[in-house]
Design a protein around this ligand. Structure first.
Ligand code: ATP
Ligand code: LTN
Length: 345
């Protein structure tokens, strides 16, 4: 168990479990990138940590969403967390908009954040380029809401993919700023980013991140894809001119990405993978092996997902219970923040 020492008012100290929190925006179907960068670590850490996992539906609307689709994807994402191994008995699983304390804290933090801090965010620059017809203020301030998601539970650790590092840095700065301006209130969270798999690349354009909102479906392995779809996508993945299976992100981004996928499903090191395919039939044989390995890994997740989605009432019950638990905790932290800020109780 990952624990920390807490001191209570009576001068008594006791060990408490450390907290993790993470979330995903239901702005598209989850991909293998989500497993590699985040979900597999959530599953691993949930036994050692007091764990909260939310579906961040309020983040999703920074990009225009069709309401019925947003509802469907929100439930899909929650079901996928569970299908991938999140146990609602161990972890608190909930929907962000069910816990209004996130947004309430976000306002206080918004008033402590400089314009420059938000405009530096590379994801804002990327997304405002991609959605130039809808550069809304939410897209700009969204990392502050993300900071509130984390700080409102005093999370110690935040398991995320590499692209979230900069957002985590803002959450850390805001926690420190509040603690310094008022008094010790927030835990300063640490990112937890996997050494391998923190940035899975697109299959057709391996210099760009695999993304659930990519309009080209051939770029991503969706967790709801059939075996056949997965196998075809991997077989057609763009690779470099060459025949040897050697890991080199710069010179061979396509092959290196496929090696990363293969590593994730069987834990073989890159050296072991290189050895396995030395003198083999080249890229075609390698792709064939990777394609079947990934399809085999995703299959049970997809099957569990279908089962979970078939029982709507049970899923909604898990989410309602999760929101209630999360709210109880968030309310306490928000109350402290409001008091220190100077709002009348
Ligand atoms: P979008 O793909 O729609 O732009 P996003 O990446 O901005 O989405 P989320 O899908 O909410 O945002 O990401 C949820 C989590 O999954 C984050 O921790 C993120 O780092 C991780 N993640 C998403 N895509 C990948 C990827 N290709 N490789 C590794 N981790 C990823
Ligand atoms: N910004 C994240 C999603 C996210 C998140 C969070 C991750 C929103 N709130 C809190 C961890 C902790 C993204 O991947 N786009």
């Amino acid at each position: 168990m990952a624990s920390k020492i807490r001191h209570c008012a009576l001068g008594v100290s006791f060990a408490v479990m450390k907290t993790i929190l993470s979330g995903m925006a239901p702005s598209g179907e989850l991909t293998f990138g989500h497993i590699a960068g985040a979900l597999r670590n959530w599953v691993k850490l949930q036994s050692e940590f007091d764990s909260l996992f939310c579906v961040v539906d309020q983040h999703a609307i920074t990009v225009r969403q069709e309401p019925a689709m947003l509802r469907k994807r929100t439930l899909d994402a929650a079901a996928m967390y569970i299908a991938a191994g999140i146990d609602p008995e161990k972890s608190t699983v909930f929907i962000q908009s069910h816990v209004p304390e996130h947004v309430q804290l976000a306002w206080v933090l918004t008033c402590m954040t400089g314009m420059g801090e938000c405009s530096r965010m590379t994801q804002f620059k990327d997304k405002s380029d991609r959605h130039s017809d809808n550069v809304n203020v939410g897209l700009f301030t969204y990392p502050i809401l993300m900071a509130a998601d984390i700080l409102v539970y005093n999370a110690d650790l935040v398991p995320v993919g590499e692209d979230q590092k900069q957002h985590l840095e803002l959450a850390r700065n805001l926690a420190e700023r509040f603690n310094h301006r008022y008094s010790d209130t927030f835990t300063v969270p640490e990112p937890y980013i996997p050494e391998v798999g923190g940035r899975i690349m697109s299959l057709q354009e391996p210099t760009k991140k695999m993304s659930k909102s990519d309009p080209n479906e051939k770029n991503s392995i969706y967790l709801v894809d059939t075996d056949e779809q997965i196998i075809n996508k991997i077989k057609r993945a763009v690779t470099d001119s060459g025949t040897e299976i050697i890991y080199d992100e710069k010179l061979r981004p396509g092959i290196s990405n496929l090696m990363t996928l293969y590593h994730i499903v069987n834990n073989k090191s890159f050296a072991e993978i290189e050895q396995e395919f030395k003198g083999s039939g080249g890229y075609a044989e390698f792709k064939e092996t990777v394609a079947h390995a990934i399809a085999g890994y995703v299959r049970p997740i997809r099957e569990r997902f279908i089962e979970i989605r078939a029982d709507d009432a049970a899923l909604r019950k898990i989410l309602a219970d999760g929101a209630e638990k999360a709210r109880g905790r968030a309310r306490k932290v928000l109350r402290k923040v409001y008091k220190k800020t100077g709002f009348i109780e």
